[in-house]
Design a protein around this ligand. Structure first.
Ligand code: FE2
Length: 335
């Protein structure tokens, strides 16, 4: 069912690190991520805002870049590699695969490599970033949901198995996965030793479905909802609060002023030991994605941020989830 994992990958990715988003109004987006999510601004220029979580020592985990378009566009998702030499090995790997690989100058980061996966997902790799003090004890600075650190990305791929096979070659392992019959529809993959760094779900792609921050207390998730309502984003509390099946976290998903989706969740288990088998979930079972409450709206399943410059590839296997809309229709039909 799952592709083989290379436990000695050609270079060493250590974790999901940062994400770079185009936004229509940097100040408006900054306020959303500061006041509701609880990130802190490390630095702001005329057209770019760099933010980090309260326990993060690196310069940024979220970069907001002023853009002309209102469409939600993700420039890149960023992973860290362990050592500088891993960047050179990564460059060699992507070149040998015939995949894009270019060196880039990126502010506040060491040498940075821009690459794409086989379906065009835009990725940025670096081994070093400027550092700043961790702020987790500076409770006078806490705002919003007190987001501590970036945790993972979820992307759409037109072929989950092929994407999962690619990242398995790079040493990513599955903590859990979604399948229907013999078909792999969702892969929850990690490098850092918890459930997730990269989730891959089958749909038209490549797209960035969401990025997630860990909050320290479960009630911070409800604080985010309260603040979203107060600051005029009530209808952008898109899904939850709820409880995940895979990973088991309490969660909420919010759409930011441009429609980018951010998840807040309360952390999950360790996955380091080699003998532990990935957990299989039936993609067709409603209880896989809905532990209690109502299913997510159609838009949660199908809307996502496009990657800048990436061509959208239609999946041959469109998902058919039970959405809130179909769930209500079915309930009405039975009543
Ligand atoms: Fe997530």
């Amino acid at each position: 069912m799952l592709p083989a994992v290379n436990h000695r990958p050609p270079f060493n990715i250590t974790r999901a690190s940062h994400i770079v988003l185009n936004v229509a109004d940097v100040a408006k987006s900054r306020d959303f991520y500061v006041d509701i999510v609880g990130l802190v601004v490390t630095e702001q220029t005329a057209d770019t805002c760099y933010l980090r979580g309260l326990s993060e020592a690196c310069h940024h985990s979220l970069v907001l870049v002023q853009a002309d378009s209102n469409a939600p566009i993700c420039k890149r998702i960023g992973f860290r590699v362990f050592l500088e030499e891993d960047l050179d090995l990564a460059y060699q790997f992507f070149k040998e695969e015939g995949l894009p690989a270019e060196w880039a100058e990126v502010a506040h980061q060491g040498r940075t490599l821009h690459v794409s996966d086989p379906f065009g997902t835009k990725i940025e790799l670096c081994a070093q970033m400027e550092t700043r003090p961790r702020l987790y004890l500076e409770r006078n600075l806490f705002k919003g949901a007190h987001a501590q650190r970036i945790d993972h990305f979820q992307i759409f791929s037109p072929n989950t198995y092929e994407s999962c096979a690619f990242y398995s070659r790079l040493g990513f392992r599955n903590s859990e996965y979604l399948a229907h019959g013999e078909r792999l529809l969702g892969a929850f993959m990690y490098r850092k030793g918890t459930c997730l760094d990269l989730a891959i779900v089958e749909n038209d792609g490549p797209c960035m479905h969401h990025f997630a921050y860990i909050v320290p207390e479960s009630h911070d998730i409800f604080t985010a909802c309260d603040l979203a309502g107060i600051y005029g984003h009530a209808h952008e509390v898109e899904r939850g609060p709820g409880r995940h099946g895979p990973g088991g976290m309490l969660f909420v998903y919010l759409r930011d002023p441009d429609g980018h989706r951010v998840e807040l969740c309360d952390g999950h288990y360790q996955t380091i030991d080699i003998e532990i088998e990935p957990v299989r979930w039936d993609a067709a079972s409603l209880s896989t994605s809905v532990r209690w409450g109502l299913p997510a709206e159609h838009r949660w399943y199908f809307e996502a941020s496009r990657f800048e410059g990436a061509e959208l590839i239609e999946t041959a296997n469109k998902p058919r989830p039970t959405t809130l809309e179909t769930y209500i229709q079915n309930r009405l039909a039975k009543s």
